[in-house]
Design a binder for this molecule. Structure first.
Ligand code: PHE
Length: 350
């Protein structure tokens, strides 16, 4: 069953690459979600990713209490393709045309493989774009805010498990040192956490060293003997197999779509591992962008909203306990409830 409102797949006029925009739901408001510029074995894998990621955006906004809907754009690059600057511009202009053709139903933003400078290019064609550089009137890079929001989620979990929101002395394993993972690792190191890190890119060892972190191979990080594992790379890291290797109390991180299949959430719960749904922990970036660019809040007010993710997670864990649900089940129920309240006809059940 297609539970998306609209999916556009086009061959880019300039780039000839597959441009995919998935609008999952506009029940709460116009859809927003980042542009993922990434390699896929087949463009259909990019389509699958866009469908899953856009549904996660619907859930992300619903739990964050923001009047936006869920969407995502993916440009599926063939494996090994490197975009030179001209080709990159072609790709971004193709995406911009597609976004503009949707007339405001969907606004794009940064995601894996894109950043504020790319949003500036898209912004020359369409105003439906978040996170352009501040000098162009945008809210800038969303990564530091996503990191800050994840830290807020970690505080809630820490208070719950260890009785203190402080992460000083806590052992955390950060899987992925991209823009968000690195910033989060910095915040954690500054607070006195003991870090184990990894990345598929060996060059990131240097970053790990600067942070005073232990380095392990990517396939070892989930099995690291730490308090909390923090997925901060690409999705689907939590599989039926991989979760049997976990030696931590909790898994909380900013990576989107961490579960390979939905049933893994139950498995984690049964194993006594506290998993905060990715769409709850990773909301800081969009919360900041929407607060500043749509609701015109000050930087300070936007930051307070990002920090409030701590309360959202605390409430979620309390509700889950009271109703004898896993945090994932409690989050799903909250999403359903918020969508149903906005759209009683139930067009877009998450
Ligand atoms: N990459 C962001 C996310 O997954 C997407 C985003 C950020 C969209 C900021 C709009 C504005 O949440």
């Amino acid at each position: 069953m297609l539970d998306h409102e609209q999916v556009v797949v086009r061959s880019g006029r300039r780039s000839r690459l597959p441009v995919i925009v998935a609008v999952h739901s506009t029940a709460l408001g116009p859809a927003a979600g980042g542009l993922r510029l990434w390699h896929y074995p087949d463009w259909r894998d990019g389509l699958t990713d866009a469908l899953r990621l856009s549904a996660a955006m619907t859930a992300k906004f619903a739990v964050a209490g923001l009047p936006s809907g869920g969407g995502k754009a993916v440009v599926a690059l063939p494996e090994g393709m490197v975009l030179d600057p001209d080709r990159r511009r072609d790709v971004l202009e193709d995406v911009a045309d597609t976004v503009e053709s949707l007339g405001g139903t969907y606004a794009t933003g940064p995601d894996v493989g894109t950043g504020p400078d790319d949003m500036a290019v898209i912004g020359t064609t369409t105003r439906h774009v978040f996170c352009r550089p501040a000098r162009l009137g945008g809210s800038g890079d969303s990564s530091p805010h996503t990191a800050r929001g994840t830290l807020a989620a970690l505080r809630a979990v820490s208070r719950r498990l260890y009785g203190t929101a402080s992460l000083d002395g806590r052992r955390l394993a950060v899987a992925g040192l991209g823009r968000v993972g690195t910033e989060l690792a910095r915040l954690l190191a500054a607070e006195g956490a003991a870090l184990t890190v990894t990345d598929v890119d060996q060059d990131k060892r240097k970053t790990g060293h600067e942070l005073g972190a232990d380095w392990v191979a990517p396939d070892e990080i989930l099995a690291a003997p730490v308090d909390i594992v923090v997925p901060a790379a690409l999705g689907s890291c939590l599989t039926r197999q991989s979760v049997t290797r976990l030696r931590c109390d909790a898994v909380v991180g900013p990576a989107n779509n961490q579960l390979a299949t939905p049933d893994v959430a139950d498995l984690l719960h049964r194993r006594g591992v506290l998993w905060v749904p990715d769409y709850v922990a990773s909301a800081g970036g969009v919360v900041h962008a929407v607060s500043v660019e749509v609701h015109r809040l000050s930087a300070e007010e936007a930051r307070a909203r990002v920090d409030a993710i701590e309360h959202t997670v605390t409430d979620l864990l309390t509700t889950a306990d009271a109703q004898d649900l896993s945090p994932a089940q409690a989050a799903t129920a909250l999403v359903r409830q918020r969508l149903a309240a906005a759209d009683p006809a139930g067009r877009s059940a998450a």
